[in-house]
Design a protein around this ligand. Structure first.
Ligand code: CA
Length: 380
């Protein structure tokens, strides 16, 4: 099996309801998908997280040509050659996101070639479904947030979710009000996590953590700078809320320091950014040395969501116990047509659970014919 061509697809969709979080506002969603086609007619799909025009250019102009003619099933050597070729310019960020997209596409091909769903190829036992948490409760809009969030909480509970994540980062006092409000909307039994997207100093994050500890917070995500494990340790020393982070970190080399210092309780590599499934497995192996649980950040199209799900399905919870905490994976519920409109068979989501597909590969059957209304640029 040899790679015949590599195509990139930059997709864009304006949002009906723009929304914001502590760092910026979204008025559109974008996706950068990669298709790796083989000489014998198979096509594997991958996705890169981050600025789509940039990652598309990296794949089209730099990394894609290095993949042509290679056996896509020889993923370990392929990954190392891409990383070695780019390490002088981009050890983190968009370069790794571009490698991730190619890596995911190669895993899709390898599983298709093996005739098995990817999560089985990655070593998972037969599973039916995995519980997920609702990522939503963003800022923005004219309506009072409490009014909108109460409606969103009802939708969330009615659709069967029993774990949610809300945004914080609007100032400690306002955040604490909103945590209290959302807890009252969802009740005491629902797992409730908060995500500051690194909006705070350690002092502010500790203040917020102490104000909301009584509301039973499942984890506090990205409380402080993603560049500063020491700041996480300062927060961790002053609160009993577990800390989560890692969506802004890349490769085993980047995560190593976080695990050695025990700065986080939940590691959240993004499979479309951290280096793909190949590197995600190495990050998870390092996390297991420290007994830290890995639960991937996932905020992309159906392709990225599927990659995260297959990866996660094959990860045993750390540390081992006969009575483990339920595995929880992120489920973005903000507006994004690319989760359903561009695939033949989106991964089934029901009663707050992802149901693992049984088709070979990623199991979602991407439909490039449906890209038309969204296509900004098609490169090859
Ligand atoms: Ca986050």
């Amino acid at each position: 099996m040899r790679v015949r061509r590599v195509d990139t697809f930059h997709l864009r969709a304006p949002l009906q309801q723009p929304f914001s979080f502590s760092q910026f506002s979204y008025s559109l969603r974008e996706a950068m998908l990669v298709r790796v086609s083989t000489e014998d007619g198979l096509a594997g799909w991958g996705e890169a997280y981050g600025p789509a025009a940039v990652t598309a250019t990296i794949v089209r102009e730099f990394l894609g040509p290095l993949v042509k003619g290679r056996d896509p099933r020889a993923i370990e050597s392929l990954w190392e050659s891409l990383f070695a070729r780019s390490i002088d310019y981009g050890q983190k960020g968009v370069m790794l996101a571009a490698i991730s997209a190619l890596d995911i596409a190669c895993w899709d091909l390898k599983a298709q070639d093996a005739g098995t769903p990817l999560y089985r190829l990655l070593g998972a036992d037969a599973l039916e479904s995995i519980e997920c948490y609702w990522t939503g409760f963003y800022f923005g809009g004219q309506e009072a947030l409490e009014t909108r969030w109460e409606r969103e909480a009802r939708e969330c509970l009615d659709s069967g979710f029993r774990a949610v994540k809300m945004k914080v980062g609007q100032g400690v006092a306002r955040d604490a009000e909103l945590v209290a409000a959302l807890r009252s909307f969802v009740g005491r039994k629902v797992k409730l996590s908060i995500d500051a997207n690194h909006a705070y100093t350690p002092t502010e994050a500790i203040d917020l953590a102490r104000r909301v500890e009584g509301y039973g917070i499942h984890w506090f995500e990205e409380p402080v700078s993603p560049l500063d494990p020491q700041a996480y340790l300062e927060v961790k020393a002053r609160t009993n809320i577990p800390l989560a982070g890692g969506e802004c970190e890349y490769t085993r080399f980047g995560f190593d320091n976080w695990f050695r210092s025990r700065a986080i309780d939940y590691a959240q590599p993004d499979i479309c950014a951290c280096g793909g499934i190949t590197e995600g497995m190495k990050i998870a192996a390092l996390a297991s040395l420290a007994g830290i649980h890995v639960t991937p950040h996932a905020w992309g199209s159906a392709v990225g969501q599927a990659a995260a799900l297959h990866f996660y399905a094959a990860r045993p919870r750390q540390p081992f116990t006969l009575t483990p905490e339920t595995k929880l994976i992120e489920c973005d519920r903000t507006e994004n047509p690319f989760r359903t409109a561009i695939v033949q068979s989106p991964i089934e989501l029901s009663r707050g659970r992802w149901h693992l597909p049984s088709a070979p590969g990623l199991g979602i059957e991407v439909k490039p014919d449906e890209f038309g209304p969204y296509l900004v640029d098609r490169g090859n």
